[in-house]
Design a protein around this ligand. Structure first.
Ligand code: SF4
Ligand code: SF4
Length: 160
């Protein structure tokens, strides 16, 4: 699967040069910084994430859905065109356990992201761009015009 092989490649080739998230003193800042996070996903990725959310116990599932709706409203993400470039605090981050879909359906930009001391240690942007283009094409073939990227909370809310 594309996502898994990308994650394995980033892990083996780049992450050793990045700061260790386990010992990070600002854990989750990268996911909750409402001025920084602007992850956009395709319908294909949204469906994979929703399937994980739907498999949660009822109470937890409803809490996540509420956070998603709240993020869409709070950060003005409903309108696909107007929300391009808008940032938000990610509703999938949990204080206790971190990213809710870390192992299962983590979006590609999140897989590529880490805190690097030296700019030259970062994975090249072209790696992510190429894979995003492939996933976008897969999503387009599967979902037609509904496939184009939206901010993560808005893409998930569309599937409620
Ligand atoms: S990506 Fe950076 S800010 Fe986020 S948990 Fe890892 S070290 Fe901390
Ligand atoms: S999807 Fe996961 S890794 Fe990405 S911003 Fe949200 S909580 Fe963080």
């Amino acid at each position: 699967m594309l996502r898994n092989s990308f994650a394995a490649h980033i892990r083996s080739e780049y992450e050793h040069a990045a700061k260790d998230c386990v010992t990070c003193e600002t854990k989750g800042a990268c996911c909750l910084d409402a001025h920084f996070v602007n992850v956009r996903i395709t319908r294909l990725e949204a469906v994979a994430i929703m399937s994980e959310i739907n498999s949660l116990p009822t109470e937890k599932r409803e809490a996540v859905r509420e956070r998603i709706s709240d993020a869409v409203e709070r950060f003005g993400l409903d309108d696909a065109a107007e929300s391009v470039g808008r940032t938000y605090a990610c509703p999938l981050f949990e204080r206790q356990s971190g990213c809710l879909v870390h192992e299962t359906a983590k979006p590609l930009p999140c897989i590529a992201h880490a805190c690097y001391e030296r700019k030259e240690d970062l994975p090249p942007e072209s790696l992510l761009d190429e894979l995003e283009a492939k996933v976008c094409e897969l999503s387009r073939r599967t979902y037609s015009s509904a496939a184009f990227t939206r901010s993560l909370p808005a893409a998930l809310k569309k599937l409620f």
